[in-house]
Design a protein around this ligand. Structure first.
Ligand code: M6R
Length: 644
């Protein structure tokens, strides 16, 4: 019934195939958001054409190849990730009004869809899909007609100011209808609608789902995120909560729910089309794994003032407020939460502030103790993860300040937080997160060092020393990447495994969890990460002859920690496990107990995850490739989880 999905729109002033090209190009870049089915509607002076197909975008392309001339002056497109209702052509978007004139794409969930559906059916509307979106298209069509014939059924007519006049007044009527529908529907949505009477006009609306506007010369764009149009323009506008947008080739009008025109915030899309393409790599995941030296370096860049103090320009929380913080809570999901778990070790050590790390979806429902003195850090690559959005809303309601560590400028999480610390990883397209993870650790470390500076936990020279060592990481990551072949060979040999166990201690524990997640999500192998110390409390019962265990060994310069992990390797070996060990160059104490060793350069303990995770990413990627799986778009997943 509902979807996460990618949405693209384009309008120009003359019929041509440009709209189809732009929308299909945008969908290709947004396909990571969902790939169960896809569709496009093109509006021209002669009417509306809708083409849809089940499966990946290439199926839609094949349909389009036989669809004839698709010239138009506007198009909307959609790539779907469904949680309810089969991925069928009928359920694919765009959805169409009964007369075929009005088309609509939707991302989000309409929570009162069932009630609305029942009342529309009582009025004689026939439904052809199982989606909640179809309710909206019928409501919109009904209100569009009511605008002409009967006036407002919702008791309050809102005039949308600033809407450009078209010959038949269609833009105004559609905008008014959309405004009424927005007030009628509950839930989350980004909606894009187009009417055959005015094919050069798109009317859009958003509530808690993402939407950005791209500004062109004599043409304009809409997208779930700026990747949709980054090839064509770098000038964009953010669309706020409960805002309505009317876009033509030459005008963009944004209004609030009361119809008042608002000035949207400008956004510069700072990544190029190249960064969003595979650039010669067989998969986005491989490309993104290899982009990590740059992602870390870019995230570290320009953080010092002329006197050597850390300055975080984006951090808009005053220093005196940061000094009163008595607890930090990191909220995130998936890989971002594991980055948060790594960050906890560093921040507690440097700042002596207690740090809790909580899965965003659990945080909100357990009545957490959050006060004005709590600093909440929300980590998210997309900035659109609904669970994380709901967690930060809850935290702010309790008076906490929220810092967002996000990779997507202008995203909902960055807009709804008190301060933003950007990871400069560039667009991450592969569903499995890689460069975002290392960039998130880097950014949270910068945050930790900044807090240590502001709160006086560390002297400036100490902070400088930590930063200098952090600055060496990109080069060390290059070294790890240059050793990838051993990892690849091992992965290929293990392609038939059905279970892999990952063990780590201290910062190696979240790395073990992250390694296991990578293998699960792209290679479909059951994988579990455990704290190595937990082994004897249960998981060791899983070890039998031939079980593959990957162990992340800390530096021998932390002898106590190191010794314990080496003992853990021996314990699993003694029970028949095949062991793959990640260890520092020169640490020969592991050689006797390892079937294979993946080597990483020596580095301070807290920075080790930035290196030890790399072989685990390569391992999962190569193993999934050996199994001939779709590395970038694994089954059942989508890149941005924009519904709870
Ligand atoms: O966009 P976000 O960082 O908020 O996404 C959080 C998780 O959904 C994400 O990290 C997910 O776990 C990845 N697919 C893992 O590779």
């Amino acid at each position: 019934m509902f979807s996460m999905c990618g949405i693209v729109g384009h309008v120009s002033s003359e019929d041509s195939t440009r709209s189809e090209d732009v929308v299909m190009g945008g969908l290709a870049r947004l396909e990571y958001r969902g790939y169960d089915s896809a569709g496009i509607a093109v509006g021209s002076s002669t009417g509306m054409t809708v083409v849809k197909a089940v499966g990946k975008l290439e199926n839609l392309k094949a349909e389009l190849a036989t669809a004839g001339d698709l010239s138009g002056r506007g198009a909307i497109g959609h790539t779907r990730w469904a949680t309810h209702g089969q991925p069928t052509t009928a359920n694919a978007h765009p959805h169409t009004s009964l007369d075929g004139d009005l088309v609509l794409v939707h991302n989000g969930i309409i929570e009162n869809a069932q009630t609305l559906r029942t009342s529309l059916q009582a009025e004689g509307y026939k439904f052809v899909s199982d989606t909640d979106t179809e309710v909206v298209v019928h409501l919109l069509a009904r209100e569009f007609l009511a605008d002409d014939e009967e006036g407002d059924r919702f008791g309050r007519e809102v005039e949308i100011h600033g809407v450009p006049q078209d010959a038949r007044g269609t833009a105004g009527a559609l905008a008014r209808a959309m405004n009424r529908v927005m007030r009628w529907i509950d839930g989350t949505f980004t909606l894009l609608a187009m009417h055959a009477e005015a094919p050069g006009v798109i009317v859009a609306a958003r509530r808690s789902s993402p939407l950005v506007i791209g500004l062109g010369e004599g043409e304009n764009y809409l997208g779930s995120d700026a990747l949709a149009f980054c090839e064509h323009t770098h000038d964009a506008l953010e669309v706020g909560q409960d805002q309505l947008v009317v876009v033509t080739a030459t005008d963009v009008t944004v209004a609030d729910i009361d119809g008042n025109q608002v000035q949207p915030k400008k956004l510069t899309v700072d990544f190029t089309h190249d960064r969003a393409s595979k650039d010669g790599w067989p998969t986005y995941m491989e490309k993104e794994i290899h982009e990590q030296p740059r992602a870390i370096a870019d995230t570290l860049a320009d953080r010092l003032d002329s006197e050597g103090y850390l300055t975080l320009d984006e951090l808009r929380i005053p220093a005196q407020v940061l000094r009163t913080v008595d607890k930090m809570v990191i909220v995130a999901c998936g890989t971002a939460a594991y980055a948060g778990q790594v960050a906890r070790y560093a921040i507690e050590h440097w700042c002596r502030i207690p740090v809790e790390v909580e899965l965003a979806h659990e945080f909100r429902y357990r009545d957490p103790v959050v006060t004005e003195k709590t600093l909440v850090v929300a980590i998210s690559q997309s900035g659109e993860t609904m669970d994380t959005i709901m967690a930060i809303r809850h935290a702010r309601e309790q008076g906490a300040k929220v810092v967002a560590v996000v990779n997507t400028p202008g995203s909902t999480i960055s807009r709804e937080s008190d301060a933003v610390l950007l990871t400069h990883a560039g667009p991450e397209i592969a569903v499995a997160s890689t460069k975002a993870f290392t960039a998130q650790i880097t950014a949270t470390y910068i945050l930790g060092l900044y807090l240590a500076q502001v709160r006086g936990n560390k002297f400036i020279d100490e902070i400088q020393d930590y930063l200098d060592k952090l600055a060496e990481i990109p080069h060390k990551v290059e070294t790890v990447l240059s050793r990838a072949e051993t990892v690849r060979q091992t992965a290929r040999m293990l392609a038939q495994e059905t279970s892999v166990i990952y063990l780590g201690r201290h910062v190696g524990f979240p790395v073990a969890l992250e390694g296991a997640l990578k293998l699960k999500e792209i290679a479909y192998i059951h994988a579990e990460g455990f704290a190595a110390g937990e082994l004897k409390h249960g998981p060791i019962a899983l070890i039998e002859d031939g079980q593959v265990v990957i162990i992340i060994v800390p530096t021998p310069r932390r002898p106590q920690l190191h010794r314990k992990v080496v003992s853990n390797i021996q314990e699993v070996r003694a029970r028949g496990a095949r062991t793959i060990v990640i260890a520092e160059d020169g640490d020969n104490s592991v050689d006797d107990y390892a079937d294979v060793v993946f080597r990483v350069p020596p580095t301070p303990t807290l920075y080790a995850p930035l290196l030890s995770v790399i072989p685990l990413q390569i391992f999962a990627c190569e193993l999934a490739t050996a199994k001939e799986l779709d590395v970038d778009q694994p089954r059942n997943l989508a890149k941005s989880v924009t519904v709870e």
